[in-house]
Every structure is written in structure tokens, then in C-alpha cells.
Design a protein around this ligand. Sequence first.
Ligand SMILES: Cc1cc2nc3c(=O)[nH]c(=O)nc-3n(C[C@H](O)[C@H](O)[C@H](O)COP(=O)(O)O)c2cc1C
Length: 265
Amino acid sequence: MKTIIYYFTGTGNSLAAAKKIAAALGETAIVPIASLAKTSGPITPDAGRVGIVCPVYFSGLPAMVTAFAERLDAAPAGYVFAVVTHGGGGGAAALRQLDGILRERDGRGLDAGFSVSMPGNYILMYESPAGEKRDRLLAAADSEFEAIAARIGRGERRNLPHAPLTRLIKAVMYPRFLSRVHGDDRKFTVDERCTSCGTCAAVCPAENIEIVEGKPVWNHRCELCCGCIHLCPAGAIQAGKGTEGRQRYRNPSVGIAELERQREP
Ligand SMILES: Cc1cc2nc3c(=O)[nH]c(=O)nc-3n(C[C@H](O)[C@H](O)[C@H](O)COP(=O)(O)O)c2cc1C
């Protein structure tokens, strides 16, 4: 059966998830949500199965994923699933948010939703796990993707997890995140290590970065995916003192070139 997986990613975890599930399912197209951001009108996938894969932000969905889901007409597909990747929690609340948006649009929500723990990438607050800890997390996630693909392949329908605590956390944190997200790039600066390579602008899923006189300029359409900070080859992008000493992260199964293609149709 033909499947389309739509994904959004900052540092590659969600793209790695989409690729692994697609490989296990076979006959699957992977479409970046960022490539649809400049289009308008309903999105009508021509597939028997539709999946959405994205990270959890403050126990909810990235803003661009919300806008995409509001346009998605997934009802004609026989089976609709979602996989959210996160650094520690909040997946249940994000899945419920997505289910609610789809349900409101066409009266039919997710048939199944899965939440998978992966290395956290919110560098503004903490350092991503590295070394053996990172490798253990990624290996465990890979096993989960296999199991998830098998469940999707069988067309399993599951009730979404109930998580009253994460819903409470979301109620407090998420509205604040949404109200500031696009302008949060005002915290971003570039230091003297910048080589003017343009990687930051190329990987930005929101097309928010321009290179002006050889340096990145952020235009306040930020999704806060932290891709520019993590993927700068020189480690030259900061968001305050806190990020200066923190190790950068990219999912090792995903290359920079793939992340640079996110906005391409
Ligand atoms: C702005 C932001 C907010 C985040 N909020 C959460 C969160 O609420 N809970 C959590 O477990 N991880 C959170 N994370 C971590 C990501 O969900 C996690 O690292 C995800 O796998 C990143 O996926 P990506 O590599 O596809 O961008 C957050 C990351 C960012 C950048």
C-alpha cells in the first residue's frame, strides 16, 4: 500500500525516524512539511496511508506543523498515523494536539500515535547527550521504529496515551512558546568563527536566515528548531552565553545535504 510520510525536523531526529519507518514499510514517499509552507490551500495526499513525523516543542507541535495539519485532508486515506520524537517527555500532549486538529478538520483523527525518546536538542536550555549515552538512546529508538513500522504495517488502531501531567505542563508552557517563537531569534548572534559558508541559511526550514555581508541575519520567522545553532560547522552561532560551551548535535543517520533540501518541493 502506498504511504506518504510528512516530516518536520531541526537536527535530523524526526527525519531519521521517517526514513527508518519508510524503509520498513516500503513504497513510501517522504515529504518535508517545510516544502509546503509557501503553498496554500488544502493538502490532499494520494495514498492509502498517511503519516506525520515531527519533534515535540514544549509538549506541543512546532508552529509549522500545526499550520500544515490544519490544511491536511487526510480523511480519504485508510490509515493516518503520527510519530513524535522528543528528548524526555510531552509526546502524549503533542499527539493529542495533532489528533484534535485533524478531528476538527474532517471529523476523523489519528488511527495511531507513537512517541519516541531521542537525544534532546533544545540547546538554549541544555546540552544534548553525547557519546555512549547518545548511542544508547539512538539504538533504542531504532528498535522502536521497527516495532512501530510493524504496527503500522498491520494497520493497528490504538487509543492515544493519556498523560494528565504532560497536558498540564503543556497548558502552562506551550502558549508562552507560541506567543514568542517567531521572534525568539533575536537571541541569536554569530561570532568571529563564522566562515560565511551559508549552511545556517540553507538548513533553516523556515527560510528565516539571510546572509548579509557574509553573516547570517534572522528575520523573525523562526520555528526555534535550533538547526542553525547545531549545524553551523564552525559552532559560531550562539543564543546567549549558555550555548557557548555546549556541544552541538545532528542525528548521525542524516546528512547536512538532506537537511538543506527540506524546503525543496
Ligand atoms: C524549541 C524546542 C522545544 C522542545 N521541547 C521539548 C519538550 O517539551 N519535551 C521534550 O521531551 N523535548 C523537547 N525538545 C527536544 C526535541 O523534541 C527532540 O530533541 C527532538 O527529537 C528533535 O527532533 P529533530 O532533530 O527532528 O528536530 C524541544 C526542542 C526544541 C528545539
